[in-house]
Design a protein around this ligand. Sequence first.
Ligand SMILES: CC(C)(COP(=O)(O)OP(=O)(O)OC[C@H]1O[C@@H](n2cnc3c(N)ncnc32)[C@H](O)[C@@H]1OP(=O)(O)O)[C@@H](O)C(=O)NCCC(=O)NCCS
Length: 164
Amino acid sequence: MITLPETPRLVRPTTAVRISYLTGEQADCLLRGTDTDWLGPASEDFDAFVAARDHDTTRWDVPSTIFWYVAGEHYLGTLVIRHRLTPELLIVGGHIGYHVVAPWRRQGHATRMLGAGLTEARARGVARVLLTCSPDNHPSRRVMEANGGRLDEQLGDELRFWID
Ligand SMILES: CC(C)(COP(=O)(O)OP(=O)(O)OC[C@H]1O[C@@H](n2cnc3c(N)ncnc32)[C@H](O)[C@@H]1OP(=O)(O)O)[C@@H](O)C(=O)NCCC(=O)NCCS
């Protein structure tokens, strides 16, 4: 296990973690068997990739903020805050989405990252936070429950957790 040079924190996307972002996300995609094509443009012009993400913008039809969880030069994961819900987000997605890239999993980072994300969500006026995950995603469920998430009724295929 690599010893981190400092305590990880949520920061706006930054070019300072270019190498660890690209290698971490690539390792993650390969492990999950998901598409890596999007990493090509990111690798070719990381400045532009960051510039498209380092400020609030409309995604999922609502104002959204992207944070990266970073310690020094190390990128550990991403957390997205959606400032409002839509009928679709009420069923899948909720206010906050997150992932920790594979090399950094199972070290408590997601649990602490969501804790920091809740503070950022409240600062943006989201008092009651909805999170969703698939019923078989036990690690994510643990992350939500460790941060006070309480299970609500299941709509569609996703479990829904509210944090007051
Ligand atoms: C879900 C995810 C964010 C968890 O990240 P993480 O940094 O490994 O989480 P933590 O280390 O904080 O662990 C949280 C809990 O899950 C458990 N856990 C984590 N990975 C696990 C695994 N593969 N198998 C079993 N338990 C696991 C931990 O032991 C911990 O349990 P505890 O609270 O009882 O001690 C990460 O696996 C991930 O990015 N997955 C893919 C994307 C995703 O599912 N995002 C969430 C969508 S809703």
